[in-house]
Design a binder for this molecule. Structure first.
Ligand SMILES: Nc1ncnc2c1ncn2[C@@H]1O[C@H](COP(=O)(O)OP(=O)(O)O)[C@@H](O)[C@H]1O
Ligand SMILES: [Mg+2]
Length: 339
C-alpha cells in the first residue's frame, strides 16, 4: 500500500522530527543559507518558522545589511513561487492584488492575478506604500484571501509575506498602523555587522562576483509538497499545560498581570491574543526544527522578543527616558517565572 507521507505524519504524532521526510531537506536549506549569509542565522530561523506556521516577517534594518539578499536566497532554495514588490508612494492596491482586464478575444473581463498570488512575497520598503496598499496587504496576510470587485479569492499555501523597512527614514513614508503590525508573526531588527563579520561578507561577495553560476543559479533543495508535510508535522509538536501557562503569563505580563506589574507601567499598548497564538505556533515549529517533539519553556523565552516587539507600544515617558521595547520585554522575561 502506498501511504501518503502527510497522513503518516498525522497518524504518528510522536515520531521523532528528524525521521520525518521533510526534516532533512529543510535542514539543508538552513545550512545552505548559513554559508551564503554572514551572521544572519537568527533571521533564517525566523523565516523557516514563519514558513512552517503561516506567519509573516517584518525585517527592520539600515540599507545594505542583506535584507533583500536573505529573502531572495531563501526563496530560491525552496522551489515555490516568489515575487518581489518594491513599494513606492504611487503604488495602487490593484498593482499587488491584481485586477479585471478586458480581453478582446473572449470579449469579457478576466481576472489577472497580481503579485500577492505567490507563495513568498517580498515587500521591500513596505512603509513607502500608501495606506490603501497596506490595507490590501493586511487582508491578504490576515485572512489569506484577496477581495477585488466584490469577489474573494483564496491564496494558496504556503503564503509568506516578508516585508522590509528602513528605521532611519521618515520622510515620504507611511508608518504601518498597529493593526497591520499585529499581522506579522516576527519583528526582526538587523544591525550593521561587526568588523569581523564585515570581513567575511567582503570575502563572500568577492568570491561570488567571480563566479556567475554561484550568484544566479541556486538549485532548490525542497518543494511545496515537502513544506506542506512539514507544516502538518509541526502542528503535532507537544505543547504541555505548563508551557501554555507560561505563554499566557508572559503575554499577561505585558498587560500588568502577575509579575509584569512593575515593568508594564512603561507599556501603553499591550500584546493581543494573536501574540499568544503566534508564540505557541512558532515554538512548535522551532522545536521541530531543533529535532524535538515537545516545546520547552526556553523556546518561548527565545522567541518572545521577536514576537512581542512590534506589538507593544511604550508610553511617552518611557520613550522620553530612552527605554526601548526590547529592554522592556527582557525585563518582563526576567520577572516572569518559566514554570
Ligand atoms: N550578512 C551578510 N551576508 C552576506 N552578504 C551580505 C551581508 N550583509 C551585506 N551583504 C551584501 O551587501 C549587499 C547588500 O545587500 P542587500 O540585500 O541588497 O541589502 P538590503 O536589502 O538590506 O539593503 C549585497 O551584495 C550582499 O551580498
Ligand atoms: Mg533591499
Amino acid at each position: 500500500m502506498n501511504a501518503d507521507p502527510s497522513s503518516l505524519a498525522k497518524s504518528q504524532p510522536t515520531k521523532c522530527p528528524s525521521e520525518h521526510p521533510a526534516y532533512a531537506p529543510l535542514q539543508q536549506v538552513r545550512s545552505a543559507l548559513a554559508t551564503q549569509l554572514v551572521g544572519l542565522d537568527k533571521l533564517v530561523d525566523r523565516l523557516l518558522v514563519a514558513l512552517l506556521t503561516g506567519g509573516h516577517v517584518l525585517i527592520e534594518g539600515p540599507p545594505g545589511v542583506a535584507k533583500t539578499r536573505t529573502i531572495n536566497r531563501f526563496a530560491q532554495l525552496l522551489d515555490i513561487q516568489f515575487v518581489r514588490i518594491q513599494a513606492t508612494p504611487d503604488l495602487l492596491p490593484a498593482d499587488i492584488t491584481g485586477t479585471d482586464m478586458f480581453t478582446q478575444q473572449s470579449g469579457q473581463f478576466n481576472f489577472l492575478p497580481g503579485p500577492l498570488f505567490h507563495h513568498i512575497v517580498l515587500v521591500d520598503e513596505v512603509n513607502r506604500a500608501p495606506p490603501k496598499v497596506q490595507s490590501a496587504l493586511l487582508e491578504a496576510m490576515g485572512e489569506q484571501q484577496i477581495t477585488t470587485g466584490g469577489v474573494t479569492r483564496a491564496l494558496e499555501e504556503p503564503f509568506l509575506v516578508a516585508a522590509t523597512q528602513n528605521p532611519i527614514e521618515h520622510e515620504g513614508t507611511y508608518p504601518l498602523p498597529e493593526a497591520q503590525l499585529d499581522r506579522f508573526m516576527f519583528f526582526v531588527n538587523l544591525e550593521l555587522p561587526s568588523v569581523e563579520h564585515e570581513r567575511q561578507i567582503l570575502d563572500q561577495v568577492l568570491s561570488e562576483s567571480g563566479d556567475l553560476s554561484q550568484r544566479c543559479a541556486t538549485t532548490a533543495l525542497t518543494d511545496r509538497q515537502t513544506i506542506l508535510q512539514a507544516r502538518q508535522a509541526v502542528q503535532h509538536i507537544f505543547l504541555s499545560e505548563a508551557v501554555r501557562d507560561y505563554i499566557v503569563r508572559l503575554v499577561g505580563a505585558t498587560r500588568g498581570y502577575g509579575a509584569g506589574g512593575q515593568v508594564s507601567t512603561a507599556i501603553s499598548q499591550a500584546a493581543s491574543p494573536r501574540a499568544s497564538i503566534n508564540l505557541a505556533q512558532a515554538s512548535q515549529a522551532a522545536a521541530w526544527l531543533d529535532g524535538r517533539d515537545f516545546v520547552a519553556p526556553e523556546d518561548i523565552a527565545t522567541l518572545a522578543p521577536d514576537i512581542l516587539c512590534g506589538r507593544i507600544a511604550l508610553d511617552y515617558r518611557a520613550r522620553a527616558a530612552g527605554t526601548s521595547t526590547r529592554q522592556v520585554i527582557n525585563e518582563l522575561l526576567e520577572a516572569t517565572p518559566r514554570v
